[in-house]
Ligand binder design. Structure first.
Ligand SMILES: Cc1cc2nc3c(=O)[nH]c(=O)nc-3n(C[C@H](O)[C@H](O)[C@H](O)COP(=O)(O)OP(=O)(O)OC[C@H]3O[C@@H](n4cnc5c(N)ncnc54)[C@H](O)[C@@H]3O)c2cc1C
Length: 479
């Protein structure tokens, strides 16, 4: 299937013969190449430093079943991932989580996570008052948000400072921070509320009370029907491997084990400098992590390179453990649990894989997926794989009452895992896009600047490839 045959919209009939190179074959780079092909670009090359495509989208096996080592779901609302899946013929592979109930391990036991929150911010007073997750004093302090004098979010600020000011420290640490950390591995004391938790920023702008603002945002979002999250049968890598095949069938050249280390101007436009050889191109789209982009841009755009180098990444690891069913007493109903940083455990979260994804539920074994590592807290990751498995098992045995060791395990380390958006990140990202675009047919897309989720990466890829295609079209017109 070619991009045009996919039937997706695009400037069909337009041919842009200029050569485009995309740096990085994660979901951003692959979907950008797809968008460029749909826009009529006929000479697209994707260069990828590793020997495989997909970046953080990775599916392996555990206990004889497929197992997501990176993302396991995507935000379905907004439709951008769904429409890509449709173009790739993957509609039949979409799967919904079996449950949305989650738990939180605090004050020595698992406690149900209240439903109907906005990224952990309570939206219903009744549910908040009944939330065993917080101590009675913590609940009353959170309720004070309804009457505390005004503090709308004018600009950006640290997530923790907003949450603690409105809801108090306990609600911030036990309810919101673990959820946000579960998505971005973020440290709330440093994370930009605008870039890391946009819905909370929207709630803060909407009302003096964060609870009432969150209620209004939830009400508005509910108007768009359909599941919040979806996954893919066979694992999330089904998306990237299908995309890779479709791109190659459409004539896109994917160069694996090809590391970009610099970019210069050339007669044609750009010379992408590789470790072993260079490629001349009319347009370049960077879709790699910030540090790699900083290195590539160090001579051409030193100020942008310095800005990009300030974006830190949290190192994280996903540890999959497979237990014989006899070692696991019945798990609480739900998709898993989060652990606030204050609990001092090795793990930050755990997914009950077979309950979240019923396709993976088996009578004879139980698959658990734990996460280790948060921004500024990567000491546990200095352990060897065997030590890490032991520490994670010890946490899980204590929390879930496991009665025996796992008989299969998979440790996946993501040393440059999740970008940390500090206060002011949106303005940094805006500056980088603007400055790179001012240099010509050049841009940068993906998680480093525009949001960590798969949906955000694909949206970013779409926007940046539109810019690149428009520049190529203008260049073709001007001869
Ligand atoms: C453990 C984990 C769980 C996650 N869970 C979810 C989830 O459930 N849902 C969700 O939506 N998101 C999740 N995410 C986030 C999401 O997976 C990532 O943000 C997203 O996949 C990033 O895509 P990307 O293409 O921008 O970057 P990457 O996936 O990092 O891809 C960048 C690519 O560029 C390549 N590259 C780097 N340097 C160079 C160079 N110099 N030259 C050439 N190539 C280069 C890299 O090898 C890589 O393949 C998770 C992330 C992690 C780590």
């Amino acid at each position: 299937m070619t991009a045009a045959q996919s039937g997706a919209t695009g400037d069909k009939g337009r041919v842009l013969s200029g050569k485009v190179v995309v740096v990085g074959a994660g979901i951003t780079g692959l979907s950008a190449a797809w968008e460029l092909a749909k826009a009529g670009c006929t000479a697209i090359t994707v260069v990828e430093t590793s020997d495989a495509t997909g970046g953080k989208v990775a599916t392996g096996t555990l206990g004889g079943a497929w197992f997501n080592e990176g993302p396991d779901a995507f935000v379905a609302r907004g439709g951008v991932v769904r429409s890509l899946c449709s173009e790739l013929g993957l509609d039949e592979k979409l799967i919904s989580p079996g449950t949305s109930q989650a738990w939180c391990f605090t004050r020595g036991k698992l406690r149900p996570y209240p439903a109907n929150t906005l990224l952990g911010v309570p939206t219903r007073v009744g549910k908040l008052m009944a939330a065993d997750l917080l101590s009675p004093l913590g609940r009353l302090r959170a309720l004070a948000d309804l009457v505390l004098p005004g503090s709308t979010l004018d600009n950006d600020e640290a997530l923790a400072s907003l949450l603690r000011r409105r809801l108090g420290r306990e609600a911030s640490e036990a309810m919101v921070e673990p959820l946000v950390a579960g998505i971005n591995a973020a440290r709330a004391t440093h994370a930009s509320v605008q870039a890391t938790a946009a819905p909370i920023a929207a709630a803060a702008r909407r009302s003096r009370s964060l609870i009432l603002g969150a209620k209004a945002v939830v009400k508005q979002t509910r108007a768009s029907n359909g599941p919040v999250f979806l996954g893919l049968d066979g694992g999330m890598a089904t998306l990237t491997t299908t995309l890779e095949t479709a791109l190659e069938e459409a004539g896109v050249c994917i160069l694996r084990s090809w590391e970009a280390i610099g970019i210069d101007r050339s007669k044609q436009g750009w010379r992408l400098v590789g470790k072993d050889r260079d490629i001349d191109a009319d347009a370049v789209l960077l879709a790699c992590p910030a540090k790699a982009a900083a290195r590539i841009l160090s001579t051409l755009a030193p100020a942008m390179s310095e800005l990009l180098a300030t974006i830190d990444y949290a190192s994280v690891a996903s540890i999959g453990l497979s237990y014989p069913a006899s070692a696991v007493p019945s798990l609480p109903p739900g998709s898993g649990f989060l652990v606030p940083a204050t609990e001092g455990t090795t793990i930050s979260a755990c997914t009950f894989v077979g309950q979240k994804w019923p396709q993976l539920g088996r009578k004879d074994r139980v698959l658990l997926r734990a996460f280790v590592g948060r921004a500024g807290e990567s000491r546990a990751l200095d352990s060897t794989d065997a030590e890490l498995i032991e520490k994670v098992h010890a946490d899980l045995a204590r929390i879930l009452g496991l009665q025996g060791p796992p008989d299969d395990a998979v440790v996946t380390r993501w040393p440059v895992g999740l970008p940390q958006y500090q206060v002011g990140h949106l303005s940094l990202a805006g500056t980088v896009h603007k400055e790179l675009r001012s240099l010509g047919a050049l841009d940068m897309a993906g998680a480093a600047l525009d949001g960590v989720g798969i949906a955000a990466c694909i949206e970013s890829a779409r926007r940046c490839s539109e810019h690149v295609a428009a520049r190529l079209a203008a260049m073709a017109q001007s001869g």
